[in-house]
Ligand binder design. Structure first.
Ligand SMILES: Cc1cc2nc3c(=O)[nH]c(=O)nc-3n(C[C@H](O)[C@H](O)[C@H](O)COP(=O)(O)O)c2cc1C
Length: 222
């Protein structure tokens, strides 16, 4: 499964089977997390067989069932922490989809105080991603239109449209999709609109956009 196929196959999954993550799959997942940490300077941690953070009423209210594992997104406090967590967390989510694993981003419906991650001085646990073998692989949901999510100065080039198509399938908190991509010349500006976890969502959407648009002929307007 390539990354574009992983984007199409991924949906949030909140109910998991008892099957453990182990062997080659676990090794590949750890390698991806290590690579993300090296590149980003984040301190992302894989917490396995740790059900406590998801065993409360709030997690059940959030419809989680048998969530035993999660990826804890930890990093130095700072203005860029949330967007970085979005970008690199989604890299791990799509790698997980390639490995046959199911995931769900979780900002609110878990017990942060019970999370097993080690959070150092000056660091923060931004949010987590539940991970495991799902009871199902989830289902597609509604999305905003390409025209709502992006705008180009002139005629919209095909690569920009493909970037937006990938971003349409990006998970966002409460499916709010509060992001916009604007094309001016060869520069793409990514904008977070007001909303919960909007900066995390923007990081996620930027990673999807890069996969859809490819790397040639444009650059980010930071
Ligand atoms: C930053 C972020 C935070 C989220 N927090 C929660 C949460 O606390 N509880 C939950 O059940 N789902 C949560 N989600 C999952 C979204 O509800 C889900 O991604 C969205 O409805 C789109 O569905 P999809 O992922 O199947 O495409 C979160 C997603 C993101 C990106």
């Amino acid at each position: 499964m390539d990354l574009w196929e992983a984007i199409r196959a991924r949906h949030s999954v909140r109910s998991y089977t008892d099957r453990r993550i182990e062997g080659e799959t676990l090794d590949a997942l750890r390698r991806e997390i290590d690579a993300c940490n090296r590149e980003s300077g984040l301190n992302i941690q894989l917490c396995l067989n740790e059900p406590d953070a998801f065993s409360s009423l709030i997690a059940r209210y959030g419809r989680f069932r048998n969530a035993q594992n999660y990826v804890a997104l930890v990093g130095k406090k700072g203005a860029d922490l949330e967007q970085k967590c979005g970008y690199y967390g989604e890299r791990i989510v799509l790698k997980a989809a390639q490995l046959g694993l199911d995931t769900c981003w979780v900002g609110g419906t878990y017990r942060k105080g019970k999370a097993a991650a080690a959070v150092g001085g000056g660091e923060k646990l931004a949010l987590v991603i539940s991970i495991g073998y799902g009871e199902t692989h989830g289902a597609p949901r509604r999305t905003k239109s390409i025209e709502q999510l992006g705008r180009a100065d002139g005629v919209m080039p095909d690569w920009f449209r493909r970037g937006l198509e990938a971003a349409q399938l990006a998970p966002t908190a409460m499916n709010q999709q509060q992001f916009r991509f604007e094309l001016h010349g060869d520069r793409v500006k990514a904008v977070a609109l007001p909303g919960f976890y909007a900066k995390v969502d923007l990081g996620i959407a930027r990673y999807h956009f890069e996969i859809g648009a490819g790397s040639e002929g444009w650059r980010w307007d930071e």
